[in-house]
Every structure is written in structure tokens, then in C-alpha cells.
Ligand binder design. Structure first.
Ligand code: NAP
Length: 315
């Protein structure tokens, strides 16, 4: 299999890089300086048969067109918004991803961000560390148990969040493209109605043209001043300037955000707000899950090369 060239778009775990290097000729695209990428592709494109990307650095139309022998894109992610899927269909390029492997981890983080935002745990930690406790009491926070949760996208991760929230005695509503016939949760065909009937709104849908800015000013206002928004989907799901205005103006109580519109750039103003909890897109970043995702990427590539069915095909 060493004759198969695999292009890795960005740094990933050492484990994945080792597993790929053992089997294939590995090209590390991020190590090529921007002004040499064109020359690199001219020299190596014919030997590259596979691309491994992630939820941030995928495979756009330009990259796909520059690789004439590309057969498969194996994404180390469950989001597909950074892969030009129509182009892959047009060219007969197979696509795989890593759903399920990360579902539990991302759902855990959604609950963690919700709890941390409501209980103001980061501010509480700073309060102790900076010695403020010696002179004053920490401000009261808000309860999570028993709240009404609205989930946008009752897919794998959304369902795992709902299951966890049930354990906290929360009532659960959701918005998806379609009502889930076997779900006991309340379905809202409109996001505004979901937000109006929720105290906490959690974004867990796929990013598509339809879901870009699915949380806009109207949705935030429908959630109301006591509401909390949590985003473990993609940054583009939320109109970030509108979210910031609502947080600053007191039209929203708080936000727990793992993803941002222009990652890794995070608006300065968010960094100064005490009513937000921020994490650097780490929903699936545990050692256990990263290994499972890496194994799935490699297994999909091996299956493709051996003409076996792909384990987690998208195309
Ligand atoms: P999934 O099982 O495919 O679920 C996607 C959900 O999105 C489905 O419920 C789907 O609704 C909903 N959806 C799609 N288009 C919609 C629309 N126009 N309006 C409303 N809902 C829509 O995917 P998953 O595994 O749960 O992952 C969800 C997303 O989480 C991924 O796409 C990825 O962007 C993000 N993610 C983030 C992290 C992180 O580190 N923060 C990690 C992994 C994944 P229907 O069921 O009605 O089709």
C-alpha cells in the first residue's frame, strides 16, 4: 500500500500520522509553505489517491480539482461542511467520515458547557484563585436541573444530549428537518417556536446553507433575557455579532460556545464577558475518541483499497 499517496490537510494526532505512515506514503500539506503548494501539487498530485481532512481543513473544489487521481476523502470529523460534496459526486470520489465514534464525547461537552454557563463555574474558579473569596461572596448562579431544553438537530449528537438532559429532569423539545416519529420529545417545526418554549437552546445540527445563522436575532429574542445558548455544532450556525450584542445588552443570560465563526479567531469582546464559557472546538478531543476516530479513518482507507464496503460511507 506504500504506493498509495495520502494527503493529510492539517496536523492531527501522532497516532493517526503513525498509522497512516506505516501503510501509505504520507504527504503533510500544512508543512508546505503557502507559496510552494502549487509546485508541490504539480510534482506529487498524480501519486495522491486519498485526502484525510478534518472539520476545519477539509477538501474544497480547488484541492479536489488539483488531484487528478483522487479516489477517496476520509474525513476525521463528523461534520461534512468543509468538503465539496457535489464536486465529489460529480467526479465519483468516495467520502467517509467518523460519526458515532465521537457522539458521546460531544454530547458530554454540550452538557458540560450548559452546566458551566448556568453555574458560572469559570468565573467561580477565577474568584477562588484571585483571592476574591476572602472579601466577598460569589454571585448567585442559575439552576440546570428541571429546565426546558431546546435542541436544534435531533441527530446522533442531539439525541445523546437529550438523553443526558433527561437525567437532569429537563423537559426536551427539538427542531429538525423532520419530526422523529419514535421520539417522545416535543417537535417544533420552527426554530423560533422552539426558542420561545425553551430556557436553554443547544445547537447540534449539521451546517448547511439552510442552517447557516439558524440562530439569529429573532431566535435569540424568542429565547429571551433569561435564556442560554450552547453551540457544539459549527460557528456559522450562530450570527455571532447578534449573539454578542444580546449578551452585552442583557437580552441573553449566557452562552457556552465550543465553535466560532472565524476559528481560531474569537471576537475580543467575548473574551471579556463573564457570562460566557468558551472552549477551542474540543467536542471530540479526548484521547479515547481521537484514537477511535483515527482507527475509523484508517479502516475506511484500507476497505476502499481492498475493494471492501466502506465502514462509514457518505458517498
Ligand atoms: P447527524 O446525526 O447527521 O445529525 C444532524 C442533525 O442536523 C439531524 O438531526 C438533522 O435533522 C439536522 N439538520 C440538518 N439540516 C437541518 C436543517 N436544515 N434544519 C434543522 N436541522 C437540520 O450528525 P451528528 O453526528 O449529530 O453531528 C451534528 C453536527 O455536530 C455535525 O454536523 C458537526 O458539524 C457537529 N460536530 C461538532 C463537534 C465539535 O467538536 N464541536 C464534533 C462533532 C460534530 P434531520 O434528522 O431532520 O435530518
Amino acid at each position: 500500500m506504500k504506493s498509495i499517496g495520502v494527503l493529510l490537510t492539517c496536523p492531527m494526532s501522532n497516532y493517526l500520522q503513525e498509522q497512516l505512515s506505516k501503510r501509505f506514503t504520507l504527504f503533510k500539506f500544512w508543512q508546505i509553505p503557502p507559496n510552494s503548494k502549487h509546485e508541490f501539487l504539480n510534482q506529487n498530485s498524480s501519486s495522491i489517491h486519498a485526502v484525510v481532512g478534518n472539520g476545519i481543513h477539509g477538501a474544497n473544489s480547488e484541492l479536489i480539482d488539483s488531484l487528478p487521481n483522487l479516489e477517496i476523502i476520509a474525513s476525521h470529523s463528523s461534520g461534512l461542511d468543509k468538503i465539496d460534496l457535489p464536486k465529489c459526486r460529480e467526479k465519483g470520489i468516495r467520502v467517509t467520515y467518523t460519526p458515532d465514534a465521537l457522539t458521546e464525547e460531544v454530547a458530554d461537552l454540550a452538557i458540560l458547557l450548559t452546566l458551566a454557563t448556568l453555574r458560572r463555574i469559570c468565573a467561580a474558579d477565577r474568584f477562588v484563585r484571585t483571592g476574591l473569596w476572602k472579601n466577598s461572596d460569589f454571585q448567585l448562579s442559575n439552576k440546570f436541573s428541571g429546565k426546558s431544553i431546546g435542541i436544534i438537530g435531533l441527530g446522533r449528537i442531539g439525541s445523546a444530549i437529550a438523553k443526558r438532559a433527561e437525567g437532569f429532569g429537563c423537559s426536551i423539545g427539538y427542531h429538525s428537518r423532520s419530526r422523529k416519529p419514535h421520539s417522545k420529545y416535543t417537535y417544533y417545526p420552527s426554530v423560533i417556536d422552539l426558542a420561545s418554549n425553551s430556557q436553554i437552546l443547544i445547537v447540534a445540527c449539521a451546517l448547511t446553507d439552510e442552517t447557516r445563522h439558524i440562530v439569529d436575532r429573532d431566535v435569540i429574542d424568542a429565547l429571551g433575557a433569561d435564556g442560554v445558548v450552547v453551540n457544539i455544532g459549527r460557528g456559522d450556525h450562530i450570527d455571532e455579532p447578534e449573539l454578542i450584542s444580546a449578551l452585552v445588552e442583557g437580552r441573553l443570560r449566557g452562552a457556552g460556545l465550543d465553535v466560532f465563526e472565524h476559528e481560531p479567531e474569537v471576537p475580543e469582546i467575548l473574551l471579556d464577558l463573564d457570562n460566557v464559557v468558551l472552549s477551542p472546538h474540543v467536542g471530540a478531543c479526548t484521547m479515547e475518541t481521537r484514537k477511535a476516530m483515527a482507527d475509523l479513518v484508517v479502516d475506511n482507507l484500507e476497505a476502499h483499497i481492498s475493494n471492501k464496503p466502506l465502514l462509514t460511507p457518505v458517498i
